[in-house]
Unconditional design. Sequence first.
Length: 176
Amino acid sequence: MLSDIDCIKFKKLNLFADERGKLSELFNVKSDTFSLAQLNYVNSLDNTFRGMHLHSTHSDYLVVLSGTMILALKDCRQSSQTFGITELHTLSMNNPHVACISPGIAHGFYFPENAIYCYGLSHPWDASETLGFRWNAPDSGFDWPMTNPAVSERDAQAGTFSELMQELDKIGLTYE
């Protein structure tokens, strides 16, 4: 699994199976360069969308444990050579990968079926460093596989992609 966005990394997970089940190493401080400060467990119901969110400080380290997630990514770093690129990736335990999402990359998660996932943060979560835009904003740039997912009130009230970019300019948030 590869991304055209220059700071998105995917790591293939190795599954070891025997008659008792399966085992996979999700994170190893000796080989993974991600700095883990917080770890979250999430259970999402089918036809749920979470996002689109952008973090100014922390990176996310994401792995799906059961079910399927469609991971949406959009590069919002104006100084990046990949600014504006949008991508959709399918994550599941059928083809297990960890996704590492850097600050400045808007991301959202759509669940076409019930799913459980775990995500780590490089810094403890802080609502003040999270911005976003509406998943179905006309200027989002995505060709979505759904039309009416369940979303939080906060995500439903989010503005457009253009409004997010104006907010980033207003607060002087830039990414290297």
